[in-house]
Design a protein around this ligand. Sequence first.
Ligand SMILES: *Cc1c(COP(=O)(O)O)cnc(C)c1O
Length: 385
Amino acid sequence: MKGIFPVDRFQTLRTPFYYYDTELLRQTLHAINAETSRHEGWNVHYAVKANANPKLLTIIREAGLGADCVSGGEIEASIRAGFPGSKIVFAGVGKADWEINLGLDRDIFCFNVESIPELEIINELAAAKGKVARVAFRLNPNVGAHTHANITTGLAENKFGIAMRDMVPVIEHANQLKNVHVVGLHFHIGSQILDMGDFQALCNRINELQDELELHRIRVEHINVGGGLGVDYEHPNRVPLPDFKAYFETYAKKLKLRPGQTLHFELGRAVVAQCGSLITRTLYIKKGAVKQFAIVDAGFPDLIRPALYQAYHKIENICSNEPKETYDVVGPICESTDVFAKQIDLDATKRGDLLAIRSAGAYGEIMASGYNCRQLPIGYTSDEL
Ligand SMILES: *Cc1c(COP(=O)(O)O)cnc(C)c1O
């Protein structure tokens, strides 16, 4: 055992693999429930796209969260994990007909609709089944999040959602359609957001929009503010839980809900990031002219965030207690971006040592690919090891 890791058990497993600390996951879910249960009508949907490992989905469902899906496959994964249709929301700019039909067959809570053509297809497919689909409109609030450009989604230039000025006409149009029922407004401004001012700006915008809707005598049953709360990638040991208190308090204080209106959240990263680590074995230590490299058996096909978003993950050698040395930790793939970290200090590392790439529970295993004909990494939980 070093830190939280059962290293002896790890020695028997094929690397690289994901390891999930289910105790931490349960603590995280408990912290979320402790904050939200104090408010009437608050619901959290877990954003399945962050990690659809069935063992984690089951734990999340057991904690009472709903599921936020962005594809038919995610709806199927949620149902397999036991989420009831009534707790599933379905978002996405390009829903295929079979995916819409699946949502209709499962009587999901709500379709988060991103365009008029999509609304009309949902209406048509619902009519064919003699059903009325519950829909919310995803509005693009033109609120910037101070995060990486590739993961900000709430600006007018992004492909997501319906422009604010189209909000009233779109709702009035939907109200003419017989097989859709407008129940909510949906927003999602980006990911890995740590500045509560960004969520506050979203609240202010929603307040304005609700005032405008009121002038047209439109009131919706629920507001869905999406997800996006960030985690501390620098200090996974010291700060294993996101700041749920500050996050939920921002909404409690700044968002003006109408009487009876419910509030929905869609947290992904904040739920699962810190409980996961990618465990990889050191293959070679290569001393270059100016640097030394720790060449490991994981690469960007196993964890793409550093290559895709220049994301930082803390790395620890879980087999060594030697004095620290400086390394670039790199994978075996023939691409210059296949680097997990540059110039970091690790306990002196030798061939065979296991490294833990921390905070990898979100957008890790789920984004893995088989590039280079590699096997997909397996995900193990602390419960089963
Ligand atoms: C990705 C996504 C989320 C979750 O985002 P996190 O940053 O992981 O919390 C929530 N809602 C929608 C619509 C999304 O696309």
